[in-house]
Design a binder for this molecule. Structure first.
Ligand code: IMP
Ligand code: MG
Length: 182
């Protein structure tokens, strides 16, 4: 793997540098807080592991496996949370870690679900943001990179469960009218 995609959209070095910056910012913002870092799997696994180690604070780690059907089927209600948290988030400062925000529906849904569990605060950190694709308004508190409306893989992001281990972000070229690979 490595050469089939040509030039990366975001290189490994750019990702590394940006995650260090995000880590510094989160370290400042969450000093004296009770941080629970919740990774949204599978897509966030690579970003999460790097981000957690860039935050110089005590924190708790937790994860959720979430599936969402892409393309035309992607709408409210098709988002499935497949697992449960193991940490109690009541009274704690929750930071959701996502791979990419596209329509915004996943983040909207998760903010609602976790908001109901009485955290002290809830914020979202996404490696990537595709603002042109937004269908619902959501607040993304920390963004790694805003990218154009292209389907990307690598660094945790998949196309039909492939390419998640590509160490940089690459554009997948054949996309259908939904912006999903055809
Ligand atoms: P949203 O609910 O439409 O914001 O969808 C977010 C989810 O869609 C992400 O967590 C990804 O799993 C998936 N997704 C959106 N855009 C891409 C992409 O360009 N490549 C890979 N997965 C994507
Ligand atoms: Mg995915």
């Amino acid at each position: 793997m490595g050469s089939i995609f040509g030039k990366p959209l975001v290189t490994q070095e750019e990702v590394r540098t940006r995650i260090r910056e995000l880590g510094r910012q989160i370290t400042v913002d969450y000093a004296q807080k009770d941080l629970v870092l919740i990774g949204i799997l599978k897509g966030a696994f690579a970003f999460y592991a790097d981000l957690a180690r860039a935050i110089r604070l005590p924190l708790r780690v937790d994860f959720l496996v979430v599936s969402n059907r892409g393309g035309k089927a992607k709408a409210a209600g098709t988002i499935k949370v497949l697992t449960k948290l193991t940490e109690d988030i009541a009274g704690r400062d929750v930071l959701l870690v996502e791979d990419i925000v596209d329509s915004g529906r996943t983040v909207q849904y998760l903010r609602k679900v976790f908001g109901a569990q009485h955290p002290k605060s809830i914020k979202v950190c996404a490696l990537l943001d595709k603002p042109d694709r937004r269908e619902v308004e959501v607040v993304i508190d920390y963004v790694g990179f805003a990218i154009p409306n292209k389907f990307v893989v690598g660094y945790g992001l998949d196309y039909h469960q492939n390419y998640r281990n590509l160490p940089y972000l690459a554009v997948l070229d054949q996309v259908d009218e939904d912006g999903e690979p055809g």
